[in-house]
Design a protein around this ligand. Structure first.
Ligand SMILES: Cc1cc2nc3c(=O)[nH]c(=O)nc-3n(C[C@H](O)[C@H](O)[C@H](O)COP(=O)(O)OP(=O)(O)OC[C@H]3O[C@@H](n4cnc5c(N)ncnc54)[C@H](O)[C@@H]3O)c2cc1C
Length: 375
C-alpha cells in the first residue's frame, strides 16, 4: 500500500481522506496533518460575525475525526521537499509515496498597511469573532466592506457581508443612520455569472448599498480607505477581505509559481512525481472556494484508489461547482458555475429562496456527518 500523506484538513483534505477511508478502509494508509484544533466552514464566519451562530457551534473539532485507515496528526508543517516527498513538521519528519498538498490560502495582513490598525477583517475566525463584539456598537456613519486583493476566497462573500450588514442594521432600527459601501477589484460582483451579478446589483440598489467596482483597497488611514486608483472612501467601520497568499511553507518549498502551486487542471498533479495539490493552495483555473477544493479532492481520490487497486482512473476535474449566496432577509441564492467546458466561464443563478436556505443547511449538515460523523 502506498503511504499517502495529506497536508491540510480543510475542504480538500477532509473530502480526500474520507473518500480514501470509505474505499480502502483500514488499508488506506493515510496520514492527515493539520495545525488547527477544528474545521470551520468559510461561510460560518459570516454567521459568527452577525451573531447567527456561536463560535463553538461552528467549530468541528478534529478530535471527533475517527476514520478507518486515517491517522490525523495535529502538527504544523514547517518544510516540504516535493522531490523527496518528505515533510517536516514541528514534531518530526514524514515520508510518503503520495503527497497531497491541501494547505489552503493564508492571509497577508501586512500587504495592506493600516488594515488591522484602523479597520477589521472578517475572513479569519478570530476576525469574525472580533466583529461580532464590535458590530452592535455601530449605529451611525459609513461602513465600508472592502477587498484588499484578488484572488480571494469565495468571491460572493463580500457582497453577502454587505447584504447581511444591511439586515443587521435594519433589525436594530439604525439602518437610516448608516451608509454601506462595497468596494472590490472586480467590475461586477460575480464576474462569471452576469445574472448573479445583476441580481446582486439589484439587491444593493433596493437597499441603498453603494457598489464601487474595479479597484482594490491598497491601504487604510484613520477613517479612510484608499483604493488602488486613488479614490478615498471615508469610513466609520471597515470590514475587510485581506490579501491572500499561499502559506509560507508552500512558498518556501519551491512548488509555487506566481504565488500558488501550478497543477494539471484535469488531474491535480503537480510537476513533481507523486505530488498533487488541491484547493485554494493550487492554481487550477477556478476561484478559491470549498466546493471546488472538495470536487478536486474527488478526482485525486479516484486516481489513488485506482492506483491501489492496480488500475488507473480516467476521471478528470471539470471545473464546475455550485455556490450558495446569502441575499439577506432569509433568502439564499445559488450560482452554478462552469469554468472549463466553454470558451469562457459561465454561471447560472438559481433565484434566492427559502428553499435554498434549507439546501445550504443540508450542504453543511451532510459534510458534518460524512467528515466528522456528527448528526
Ligand atoms: C467569509 C467566507 C465565506 C465563504 N463561503 C464559502 C461558501 O459559501 N462556499 C464555499 O465553497 N467556500 C466558501 N468559502 C471559501 C472556503 O472556506 C475555502 O475556499 C475552503 O476552505 C478552501 O478549502 P481548502 O481545503 O483548499 O483549504 P482550507 O479549508 O483553508 O484548509 C487548509 C488547511 O490547512 C491547514 N494548514 C495551513 N497551513 C498549515 C501548516 N503549515 N501546517 C499544518 N496545517 C496547515 C489549515 O489549518 C487548514 O485547516 C468562504 C470563505 C470565507 C472566508
Amino acid at each position: 500500500m502506498p503511504r499517502i500523506l495529506i497536508l491540510g484538513a480543510g475542504f480538500g483534505g477532509l473530502e480526500l481522506s474520507t473518500l480514501l477511508s470509505e474505499s480502502l478502509g483500514d488499508d488506506a494508509g493515510v496520514t492527515l496533518i493539520d495545525s488547527g484544533d477544528a474545521f470551520v466552514f468559510g461561510y460560518s464566519k459570516l454567521d459568527v460575525m452577525f451573531g447567527r451562530a456561536a463560535l463553538d457551534e461552528v467549530q468541528l473539532p478534529y478530535a471527533d475525526l475517527a476514520r478507518p485507515g486515517v491517522r490525523l496528526l495535529r502538527e504544523t508543517v514547517t518544510a516540504i521537499d516535493p522531490e523527496g516527498r518528505r515533510v517536516t513538521t514541528d514534531r518530526g519528519v514524514h515520508e510518503a509515496d503520495v503527497l497531497v498538498v491541501a494547505l489552503g490560502a493564508d492571509y497577508d495582513f501586512d500587504a495592506t498597511p493600516g488594515l488591522l490598525e484602523h479597520g477589521n477583517e472578517f475572513y479569519s475566525v478570530a476576525g469574525a469573532a472580533r466583529l461580532r463584539e464590535l458590530l452592535p456598537s455601530f449605529s451611525s456613519g459609513r461602513a465600508v466592506v472592502g477587498v484588499c486583493g484578488a484572488p480571494f476566497k469565495c468571491p460572493p462573500a463580500p457582497s453577502e457581508a454587505a447584504l447581511l450588514l444591511h439586515d443587521a442594521l435594519s433589525e436594530r432600527g439604525v439602518r437610516g443612520n448608516c451608509e454601506i459601501t462595497l468596494a472590490m477589484p472586480f467590475g461586477t460582483p460575480v464576474p462569471p455569472s452576469p445574472d448573479t451579478s445583476a441580481a446582486l446589483l439589484d439587491a444593493f440598489a433596493e437597499r441603498g448599498i453603494e457598489f464601487v467596482p474595479g479597484s482594490k483597497v491598497s491601504s487604510l488611514e484613520p477613517g479612510v480607505a484608499v483604493l488602488e486608483d486613488g479614490t478615498e472612501l471615508p469610513f466609520d467601520l471597515f470590514l475587510g477581505v485581506p490579501k491572500h497568499r499561499a502559506p509560507d511553507v508552500v512558498l518556501e518549498s519551491g512548488m509555487a509559481v506566481d504565488g500558488y502551486v501550478p497543477v494539471d487542471p484535469g488531474t491535480l498533479e503537480t510537476r513533481f512525481d507523486g505530488v498533487y495539490a488541491v484547493g485554494d493552495v493550487a492554481t487550477v483555473g477556478v476561484p478559491k472556494a470549498g466546493v471546488f477544493s472538495e470536487r478536486q479532492a474527488r478526482i485525486v481520490a479516484a486516481s489513488l484508489v485506482a492506483r491501489v487497486r492496480g488500475g488507473s482512473s480516467s476521471a478528470r476535474y471539470d471545473g464546475r461547482g455550485s455556490c450558495y449566496i446569502e441575499f439577506g432577509v432569509g433568502r439564499v441564492g445559488r450560482v452554478d458555475v462552469d469554468f472549463f467546458s466553454g470558451p469562457k466561464p459561465t454561471g447560472t443563478l438559481q433565484e434566492p429562496s427559502a428553499a435554498l436556505v434549507a439546501e445550504k443547511q443540508h450542504f453543511g449538515a451532510s459534510r458534518r456527518a460524512r467528515w466528522f460523523g456528527l448528526a
